[in-house]
Design a protein around this ligand. Structure first.
Ligand SMILES: [Zn+2]
Length: 77
């Protein structure tokens, strides 16, 4: 059976590249993944793959990052 994104994100890896497409990650993308998938993740999805995972747009994901930052979330500083 294929592993879920949640399982994959908890599996040790380099943590610097998207689990799905291999693109290099930004701090915001890592923070967003932690907020939305699991705080204890050690591997992450980029914003594009995260948007696809939630069947939404990248723009909507950028909105969420802004929202979390406005709340003063420590993951987005
Ligand atoms: Zn990706």
């Amino acid at each position: 059976m294929e592993k879920s994104v949640l399982e994959l994100s908890m599996t040790p890896g380099d943590g610097e590249h998207c689990l799905e497409c291999g693109r290099e990650l930004t701090r915001d993308e890592i923070g967003l993944h932690k907020k939305m998938i699991n705080r204890g993740s050690v591997q992450y999805l980029c914003i594009t793959c995260l948007a696809a995972y939630y069947s939404t747009t990248e723009e909507h994901m950028q909105e969420r990052i802004r929202h979390f930052r406005e709340q003063g979330c420590l993951l987005f500083q």
